[in-house]
Design a protein around this ligand. Structure first.
Ligand SMILES: NC(=O)c1ccc[n+]([C@@H]2O[C@H](COP(=O)([O-])OP(=O)(O)OC[C@H]3O[C@@H](n4cnc5c(N)ncnc54)[C@H](O)[C@@H]3O)[C@@H](O)[C@H]2O)c1
Length: 326
């Protein structure tokens, strides 16, 4: 199958592209290598994908450009003839979305609509959207179920992800597109974005620098190892390739929340270095906890994550040591 992966040079997109190439699919990547974090890191991610294409069964085509450019996106559907879409490109991150909400709206809402329009016009029905656990806001009920209300997002990022889920539903309803919206719970592992806590903490602790520690250490996150997420995305891609028109929302997490204090201890242990901590107040937009209920994604997709935080952090630190020049 020919799969269009938007954001394919990013953290999750590059892992997914490698996995799909290994399974014999041809990949078309859209990425604009923007400066949200060092574009050089994304070039290296893409180099790894290109290397996987040389050794695997599938081919990769890179289309460098912006999903907000409707003509560019439409031309890719005409020229490259994808048969399915995994839409990962986005303006990511909660805190920066508070600084620049309109940019988040442009990329995450308008960009998603342009892709859906191009897919619809080209008759491409299978579509997977990267959503986020942030849509749950400060949900008091745990674990977070897909049935819970997500009407109270507390950051522009979360609101744009919820908007993208809604637009996907509209395209499913009107045009019988098959769509899975995947709510990722904090993803980590090799190539993790530098703005995310595990990457940032590992670098700072290793350099003997102080880490910012927001709140009293009891906030918790359902950290999800990259291999488990990729397994879930692959399963969702199979699901959207089914015959009957379908739309659904799935949590992809570990369902094992970890408090911030324990996260820091786990990284300290893996690095063999004690952290220097600067205690700071909780940041606007940050939620108290995330915790995925996986009953639905297990029942429908067969999703079954395997990686404990200890195992995942050890694997991350191993990769960090081998790639320190990054
Ligand atoms: N990493 C997480 O913990 C996490 C959690 C929840 C949801 N998500 C979602 O998963 C997806 C992938 O996240 P990631 O962590 O791999 O991020 P990432 O920033 O590493 O990857 C996103 C890629 O998209 C590209 N991109 C961004 N805007 C673009 C545009 N306008 N046109 C073309 N390309 C563009 C970037 O250059 C980047 O390579 C995003 O939709 C994100 O919101 C991630």
């Amino acid at each position: 199958m020919r799969v269009l992966v938007t954001g394919g040079a990013g953290f999750i997109g590059s892992h997914l592209s490698e996995r799909l190439l290994g399974a014999g699919h041809d990949i078309i990547i859209i990425d604009n290598f923007n400066e949200f974090y060092e574009p050089q890191l994304k070039r290296r991610n893409f180099a790894a994908v290109a290397a996987a294409a040389r050794t695997g069964q599938g081919d990769v085509t890179l289309c460098e450009g912006d999903i907000r450019d409707g003509e560019f996106v439409a031309a890719i559907f005409t020229q490259e003839a994808p048969e399915a879409v995994v839409h990962l490109a986005a303006a990511a991150g909660v805190r920066p979305s508070i600084q620049d909400p309109l940019f988040y709206e442009e990329v995450n809402v308008r960009g998603t609509m342009l892709l859906l329009e191009a897919a619809r016009k080209a008759g491409v029905r299978p579509f997977v959207l990267a959503s986020s656990s942030s849509v749950y806001g400060d949900n008091p009920k745990v674990p977070f179920s897909e049935e819970d209300s997500v009407d109270n997002p507390i950051s522009p990022y979360a609101a744009t992800k919820k908007a993208a889920e809604l637009i996907c539903h509209t395209y499913h309803h009107l045009y019988r597109m098959n769509i899975a919206c995947l709510r990722f719970f904090t993803v980590y592992g090799p190539r993790q974005r530098p703005d995310l806590a595990i990457n940032k903490f590992t670098r700072l602790i290793d350099a003997g620098e102080t880490i910012p520690f927001y709140g009293d250490g009891t906030t918790s996150r359902d950290y999800t190892y990259i291999d488990d997420i990729i397994d879930g995305v692959e399963r969702a891609l199979d699901w959207v390739c089914g015959d009957e028109p379908r739309y659904d929302i799935f949590n992809l997490g570990e369902s094992r929340p970890v408090e911030l204090g324990r996260l820091v201890e786990t990284i300290e242990k893996a690095l063999g270095t004690k952290a220097r901590i600067e205690r700071l107040p909780l940041q606007p937009g940050d939620v108290q906890r995330t915790y995925a209920d996986l009953a639905k994604s297990t029942a429908i997709l067969g999703y079954c994550p395997k990686t404990s935080i200890e195992e995942g952090i050890r694997a991350y630190v191993r990769w960090y040591r081998e790639n320190q020049e990054r």
